[in-house]
Design a protein around this ligand. Structure first.
Ligand SMILES: NC(=O)c1ccc[n+]([C@@H]2O[C@H](COP(=O)([O-])OP(=O)(O)OC[C@H]3O[C@@H](n4cnc5c(N)ncnc54)[C@H](OP(=O)(O)O)[C@@H]3O)[C@@H](O)[C@H]2O)c1
Length: 286
């Protein structure tokens, strides 16, 4: 049997497919969630679930019993700093329980220059907490995930929200899960920071067009400037959209969206190969 890993954020948009990928690679995946009932209703009996909260070290320590590793993939929504607090708490709980590896899903644009944005600052500081700790860690600075494209399709519209001046190197969560599994089994990945970049550079518009042509032919691309998206979010009390808008503003303003090279990750862990078209075909088949 493979190593047992606690997945913090395992019920999330990225955590769930990453958990599935780890399980396929033979890992025993235990998902930490604030509500086991809600998690089970959503994900069935795919994983072992354990109740806990990233804010509560005692619950983390209890959840980590018997685990060799812990992967952090959580999102604090309106409280981005949760990621920093979680990383510090995980280091403490890992020390108490003898966990041998902490892995963390960070972002490709994380660097000091971009810390004016609260989401990046929290990730930058979460990374610092892992580096300052005494538990072996591996940080993954991942580019845009293909899975996010689902969020933009609303009925017969595919929303292109805000300006995205740069192309993104779209990554499939499945590819990331495979790289993560290799990292857990490769001592040379200890205390490293890796950049995870997909095989193609596509703008948001190009990515939405490809995804919709294949998986949502009924959807028409609709451009929403940020001010209009903000108005819709407020008027319609759409909290998910409200929470996402600062990130879209960041995408429009940040000049550095990739702060390093994926070469080392590709050499040690195997490059992500899934193209957006191939991933979209899989979504269409679901
Ligand atoms: N979108 C991208 O392209 C991209 C790229 C790079 C990195 N990322 C990062 O990936 C991470 C995960 O994002 P996502 O979209 O998968 O998240 P998500 O779908 O919003 O899910 C949030 C997750 O966080 C967990 N969570 C929230 N508060 C918690 C707490 N206090 N204690 C324990 N768990 C808590 C939730 O678990 P329960 O509700 O079950 O408790 C849930 O599983 C984020 O940090 C994001 O910035 C995203």
């Amino acid at each position: 049997m493979g190593p047992q890993v606690l997945l913090i954020g395992g019920t999330g948009m990225l955590g769930a497919p990453v958990g599935r990928g780890l399980a396929q690679q033979g890992f025993q995946v235990r998902v930490l969630t604030r509500s086991v009932e809600r998690a089970r209703a959503r994900l069935g009996d795919e994983f072992e679930f354990v109740a806990g909260n990233a804010e509560d070290v005692a619950s983390l320590s209890a959840a980590l019993q018997g685990c060799q590793g812990v992967h952090i993939s959580l999102d604090g929504r309106f409280d981005p700093d949760l990621e920093r607090r979680c990383a510090a708490n995980v280091v403490q709980a890992a020390r108490e329980t003898g966990v041998q590896r902490i892995t963390y899903l960070s972002g490709a644009s994380v660097c000091a220059e971009n810390c004016w944005y609260a989401g990046t600052r929290a990730k930058f500081q979460a990374e610092a907490a892992l580096r300052a700790g005494d538990i072996p860690y591996t940080i993954f600075r991942c580019h845009f995930f293909m899975e996010t494209l689902h969020n933009f399709v609303r009925g017969r519209a595919a929303l292109h929200i805000g300006r995205h001046p740069s192309a993104y190197l779209w990554v499939a969560a499945q590819d990331f899960a495979r790289m993560l599994a290799v990292a857990y089994q490769t001592p040379a990945t200890v205390d490293k920071t890796f950049y995870v970049c997909g095989p193609e550079a596509l703008t948001m518009r190009q990515a939405l067009q490809t995804f919709c042509q294949i998986a949502h032919p009924e959807a028409r691309l609709v451009y929403l400037p940020l001010w209009l998206a903000g108005w819709i979010a407020r008027a319609g009390r759409r909290r998910e959209l409200q929470a996402a808008l600062p990130f879209f503003a960041y995408c429009a303003q940040a000049t550095t969206l990739l702060s390093g090279s994926p070469d080392e990750a590709n050499a040690l862990l195997g490059a992500p190969l899934t193209t957006l078209a191939a991933w979209s075909r899989l979504q269409a088949g679901r």
